[in-house]
Design a protein around this ligand. Structure first.
Ligand code: GDP
Length: 300
């Protein structure tokens, strides 16, 4: 965890440090507030949250009168934390009920890190003593199923896959069925994400969801988003949210960007919490999203 926090802070630090520097200026004139807004917008916080934050900061700085660096830091920390949503429920629901495994569907555009995230999540669960079945419902790319199976072998999870080009929903169905038969604790279903055929994707994901729900209710639908894609990522998020009821967001590649503000923007957009973050390509580089640790990493 310490290592993850260090990695987060390396890439995110720029945002908080920049804000703190600006706030520490002797004269906070209009230009400075504009620079503060620009800093937040550049970090993908989004227009509305930026205006809200700056509005509140202006008020509070005015009330403060003289400002010590500690006071400014504390104030910025509080306001950023408020923006990130300290009270959202970020539990990934994977608890099995009597006779039924917890079922998690992982969705997102190709390349965002969906399969990697599914593998990492399996690893976390297995390390926690849970038995996991992986469903390779991205049947359009044989490589995707191979990749998931490799993760399965690496972490000790059984992988269910179908013929290349086969019906994704039937793979999902089989995975849940095998999960039940094996008495597995959790079934993780990796899905396809070809966004260029929006209607096709909608039909397909909707069908996978319906078929899985014939067995048992879905516990989680995790949407994987690449933090480096900014506004594009938000547009994708909207499309997926139209098709399936997303219950949590996984923000990947936070290690490679200073644009951590996307956490705020995407939560606003979907009204759904960021539950996990990807901080690298390795098997241990998935962490629960902790607002306090995140904000601390921002302001260094
Ligand atoms: P999918 O097409 O959505 O299933 O994407 P993949 O799981 O194949 O991942 C695409 C690429 O992103 C791979 O090279 C992964 O190693 C990489 N990747 C995934 N998650 C992260 C992350 O959190 N950080 C970094 N730096 N790379 C990641």
């Amino acid at each position: 965890l310490v290592r993850l926090r260090a990695r987060l802070s390396r890439s995110q630090n720029a945002l908080g440090k920049g804000l703190l520097n600006l706030l520490s200026r002797e004269h906070l004139d209009e230009d400075t507030w504009e620079e503060i807004e620009d800093t937040l917008l550049t970090a993908d916080v989004g227009v509305q949250p930026t205006q809200e934050l700056v509005g509140r900061l202006r008020e509070r700085v005015k009330v403060l009168g003289t400002r010590t660096p500690e006071e400014l830091r504390g104030l910025l920390r509080e306001e950023l934390l408020q923006l990130v949503g300290p009270d959202m429920d970020r539990t990934v629901r994977t608890e099995p009920e009597a006779g039924k495994p917890g079922i998690v569907m992982v969705v997102g555009v190709n390349g965002t890190g969906k399969t990697t995230t599914t593998g990492k999540l399996a690893r976390v669960l297995v390390a926690d003593g849970r038995s996991v079945v992986l469903g390779a419902a991205d049947t359009f790319r044989a490589a995707a199923a191979d990749q998931l199976q490799t993760w399965g072998e690496r972490v000790g999870a059984h992988t269910v896959r179908g013929p290349e080009g086969g019906d994704p929903a039937s793979v999902a169905f089989d995975a849940v069925k095998e999960g039940k038969e094996m008495g597995a604790d959790v079934v993780l279903i990796d899905t396809a994400g070809r966004l260029h055929t929006k209607t096709g994707l909608m039909d397909e994901l909707g069908k996978v969801k319906r078929v899985v729900e014939k067995h048992a209710p879905l516990d989680e639908v995790l949407l994987v988003l690449d933090a480096t894609t900014g506004q594009n990522g938000l547009i994708q998020a909207r499309v997926f949210a139209e098709v399936v009821d997303v219950t949590g967001i996984v923000l990947t590649k936070l290690d490679g960007t200073a644009k951590g503000g996307i956490v705020v923007a995407v939560q606003r957009e979907l009204g759904v919490p960021v539950k996990l973050v990807g901080l690298g390509e390795g098997p241990d580089d998935l962490a629960p999203f902790e607002p306090e640790a995140f904000v601390d990493a921002l302001i260094g």
